[in-house]
Design a protein around this ligand. Structure first.
Ligand code: NDP
Length: 244
């Protein structure tokens, strides 16, 4: 039977690259998105054109009921779920210092990045097939501690903590739980609001001297989701060209 992967936030950026990569590897994929239906459909169409199976499913991951519906839809459509990639996430383009961060920004960051991950992990606990894989999304900025990233980093630290503990709580199900922590990666989330000079400065922090690409990060996810990653559990894999 074909294995099935849910990728949250797969209409654009890193998530779209993960969906394409896992589909090429033989998975049927659920392309989750929040608002960009047309972009999610375009990702699904490109996968179908390559002979793969993809289903776009709208769900704000911050909404527990919507996440439950997404899992039910995935099982109704594909019959099973083997892999969950918790890629959906947001970062404020303005990157305010902590003292200048408004309540609404704080609340939305925690709602999407932390509650969103919690919602899908909780659903996966009873829905993922024996032997399944979960890949969460942190960020290498936790290691850098850059000013402007306090609240965003705090959301990703929460994700890392849930990763370590959930891996242990799933004992007996043969499900691995890991996180990928990208460094600066060329997507809207990273590029929005930054000058070309700021982008270049951040790209040069890595000894490999460039930004990551969505495909670089998708390769790390494919490793953790695939056969070769089977003995890696409860870990955070920083994929950042050696930046930190
Ligand atoms: P993008 O902004 O390019 O894409 C974000 C994706 O997440 C879109 O598909 C978007 O859907 C979706 N999304 C946003 N909010 C929600 C929500 N509430 N519910 C469901 N889907 C949602 O981001 P990236 O690809 O750059 O980031 C992917 C992950 O990688 C994030 O967790 C991010 O924190 C992390 N990361 C990124 C880095 C980078 O430099 N790019 C560095 C470190 C970590 P829609 O199109 O419908 O809006």
């Amino acid at each position: 039977m074909q294995q099935v992967a849910i990728i949250t936030g797969a209409s654009r950026g890193i998530g779209a690259a993960i969906a394409r990569r896992l589909a090429r590897g033989g998975y049927a994929v659920v392309i989750n998105y929040a608002g960009n239906a047309a972009e999610a459909q375009a990702v699904a169409d490109a996968i179908a054109a390559d002979g793969g199976h993809a289903l776009p499913v709208q769900a704000d991951v911050a909404d527990a009921a919507a996440v439950e519906r997404m899992f039910a839809t995935a099982i109704e459509h594909f019959g099973r779920i083997d892999v969950l990639v918790n890629n959906a996430g947001i970062m404020p383009p303005a990157l305010p210092l902590l003292a200048e961060t408004g309540d609404a920004t704080f609340d939305r960051l925690f709602a999407v990045n932390v509650k969103g991950t919690f919602n899908t992990l909780r659903a996966a606990a009873t829905r993922l097939a024996h032997g399944g894989r979960i890949v969460n999304f942190s960020s290498s900025v936790i290691g850098l501690g850059l000013p402007g990233y306090a609240v965003y980093s705090a959301t990703k630290a929460a994700v890392e903590t849930m990763t370590h503990i959930f891996a242990k709580e799933l004992r007996g199900k043969a499900i691995t739980v890991n996180a990928v922590a990208p460094g600066p990666t060329a997507t809207e989330l990273f590029l929005n609001g930054k000058s070309p000079e700021a982008v270049e400065r951040l790209a040069n922090l890595a000894p490999l001297g460039r930004l990551g690409t969505p495909e670089d990060i998708a390769a790390a996810v494919a490793f953790l989701a695939g056969e070769g990653g089977g003995w890696v559990n409860g870990q955070v894999l920083r994929a950042n060209g050696g930046m930190v």
